[in-house]
Design a protein around this ligand. Structure first.
Ligand code: GDP
Ligand code: MG
Length: 462
């Protein structure tokens, strides 16, 4: 694959910093940089950083002194000529250098275009390219660790034996179709069946890691709801360990939603503080209440906060009834203000008025911090299986999961057809599909190497 255009992009975030890196990839990268350093003979040794002055367009002025690193094709990230210019991290300066690259013929890179070129030049497979994206997006160390494993090709390595097995079976069935007059012998059929079943098991085991993998990558969405003044914003702040939301004794203080992230046991949690749920004539608050209801529906789990020092529980009950069907935790707040017996009495009264669907509850004080650790565990508990193991390889991407699942279903179906004596032709359709799905995960084209494999088992002259 050949890309005509040379692309350029800022490789570091736009903002003031020690250095800012501009990256170019393509045939003209060196030519463009020669103009910028005002030296037509500039020939930096590949993979060695050299300090050089950068000039403005008409070379009348030095604009920066930068470290330039040249990666000659094909030994670069993209497989093309790549040059990285490490400038001083001034947004104004970086803009200037970027503009100069553009005026000298480079084009601004599309999102992910460097990786796309790397993929097209065979520098990495699709899962590895996706892993780079995941590593950059990782919200926790655990997620980063998983991405690094995938980046070094672990996914492809795990898939390869399954694909080989599958291909073996396909080869036998295809040959039977071509050459064997009668049906395959019973024993060979059984052998093929058991081979396929072992592939099914391996795919199923891999697919099963998605629950945890997805959790580690995406985290869970938690909404804090309740009537005004029960301490939702106080709880929000206490969980974050930061005075992020405004807390006052005035009901209706929180009107708009506030979202922040934190991490519990390596699982990212996206926490939303909402406006207190109540009937209101205030226009702004009304919108807030509407948003709160929507957020509640979208959440993976709802924290319904109640104030144990307030005996009027009618509104609480109404809210609790509305979340019965959702995954939830009832948070009994302000226990610092109440004797243990009164808290228990409050809880009994509350539960007496609710169906048995509302059970999970935690007693806390957003003020003193009591019970917060228990609450954190309760939040992630429904999502993380007892055998939460972050050490193994985890499937984290919905695309991968979907393709694995489809490959799995195709093979299961083929096994069934094989067993019932359906013709090879029909059995093969599903197996080819499965192989294609597995191949789609790594982005390779399977048909060609499949054909090579099949024909290599043919006799010479056939
Ligand atoms: N004693 C005590 N007061 C609390 C606690 N949590 C919140 N409050 C107080 O309750 C009032 C309402 O709190 P806020 O977090 O704004 O409630 P929200 O309307 O539900 O967001 C404030 O005066 C808080 O200081 C707690 O655990 N103990
Ligand atoms: Mg609030």
């Amino acid at each position: 694959m050949y890309f005509v255009e040379t692309i350029v992009a800022l490789a570091t975030p736009l903002g003031r910093s020690g250095i800012g890196v501009i990256r170019l990839s393509g045939d003209d990268a060196l030519g463009i940089v020669r103009r910028i350093v005002n030296d037509a003979e500039f020939a930096p040794e590949p993979r060695n950083a050299v300090l050089h002055q950068l000039y403005n367009t008409d070379a009348s002025e030095v604009i920066d002194q930068a470290l330039i690193t040249y990666f000659r094709a094909p030994h670069s990230f993209t497989g093309e000529d790549v040059i990285e210019i490490s400038c001083h991290g001034s947004p104004v300066l970086l803009r200037l250098v970027l503009d100069e690259c553009l005026s000298l013929g480079a084009r601004v890179a599309e999102p992910g275009e460097f990786s796309l070129r790397a993929l097209a030049h065979g520098r990495m497979d699709l899962t590895e390219a996706e892993a780079i994206r995941d590593l950059i997006d990782a919200q926790t160390i655990a997620a980063a660790r998983q991405a690094v494993r995938q980046m070094s090709g672990e996914f492809s390595h795990q898939l390869q034996p399954m694909k080989d097995e599958l291909l073996d079976v396909i080869v036998v069935l295809e040959s039977a179709l071509e050459f064997v007059e009668d049906d395959l012998p019973e024993l060979q059929m059984e052998n093929l069946g058991s081979k396929l079943r072992s592939v099914v098991d391996a795919i199923a085991a891999m697919t099963a890691t998605y629950k945890v993998g997805h959790l580690v990558r995406e985290g869970i969405r938690v909404a804090i709801v309740g009537r005004p003044n029960v301490g939702k914003s106080s709880l929000f702040n206490a969980l974050l360990g930061d005075e992020r939301a405004i807390v006052t004794e005035i009901p209706g203080t929180t009107r708009d939603e506030i979202r922040e992230r934190f991490v519990v046991d390596n699982i990212p949690v996206s926490l939303v503080d909402t406006a207190g749920l109540r009937e209101t004539s205030d226009t702004v608050e009304k919108i807030g209440v509407e948003r709160a209801r929507r957020t509640m529906i979208d959440a993976d789990i709802v924290m319904a906060v109640v104030d144990v020092t307030d005996d009027d529980i009618d509104d609480d009950l109404e809210i609790l009834k509305s979340i019965e069907a959702m995954r939830h935790v009832v948070v009994l707040n302000k226990i610092d203000k109440s004797a243990d017996e009164s808290v228990d009495a409050f809880l009994i009264r509350l539960l007496d008025n609710l169906s048995s669907n509302v059970r999970q509850h935690v007693k806390i004080s957003a003020k003193s911090g009591a019970g917060l650790e228990v609450l954190k565990s309760a939040l992630i508990e429904p999502f993380s299986p007892a055998d939460l193991n972050l050490d193994g390889f985890l499937v984290a991407d919905a695309r991968h999961h979907d393709l694995l699942r489809r490959a799995h279903d195709e093979i299961v179906n083929s096994v069934e057809l094989l067993r019932s004596g359906t013709s090879e032709e029909i059995v093969l359709v599903g197996l080819h599909n499965a192989l294609r799905f597995l191949g789609e995960i790594t982005g390779e084209i399977t048909t060609e190497d499949m054909l090579t494999r099949i024909f290599s088992t043919f006799c010479i002259g056939k």
